[in-house]
Design a protein around this ligand. Sequence first.
Ligand SMILES: [Fe+2]
Length: 244
Amino acid sequence: MKVDFHSHILPGIDDGSRSLEESLKILDAMAEDGVSIVVASPHFYCTKTSIHRFLDKRNQAYEQLRAAMKPEHPRIVLGAEVLYNHALVGKDALVRLAMSGPASAKTSYMLLEMQYDKITDQIIEDVDKMANDLDVKIIIAHVERYLNFTSFKSVSELMQLNVLGQINAESLTHMRSRADCFKLIKNGYVHLLGTDTHRIDRGDAKLGEGIEILEKKFGKEFISYIEHNSRAVLKDRPIEELLG
Ligand SMILES: [Fe+2]
């Protein structure tokens, strides 16, 4: 079962798909790639909007898309890509941004994007609090990207918290970022995959391309591990089960 845990496919809500037509084209391409479930994860910036307003807008965009979807399209799980901010620590309503239906159970797994900057001790402390004090479970979005801004040691500290890691298929198709992804995988920091698809013509790699590269390097077992994790998240299994 191919699950894409990171995408910007909802029409007109962020810097992803601009229109219903574009969203449908993206879903056509995903269906062709054999993706069965895709998490729609529009950007959420707590400095720009409230959770309530964001969810209203997101649900409207989803309803518009749902009405036009074809049976062969991947099923959609609604989520958000939440940009880390110190103000998020201790926010009870955060769980409302977690991944939830219609193609999954109501989960408490939330995609958290880090700022494109050094990962400081303060940030590690905040994410630790979010992962342990609240009702949400944290998935760190495109873990490999932060290696462009901070040391492997800092990323390791982040990933050794009670969190899961997602990498982008696209990063597996470029030599340098592929090496970074492989290093993260060898350290056990990668649990889920995504495409982070924004636009139909941006050239984002397909999930299948990423899977093929991973299978060549780490074998079928690793792909089964990713699939197992994907199912567990969609069923809202305890994070400890996935972290082993
Ligand atoms: Fe994204």
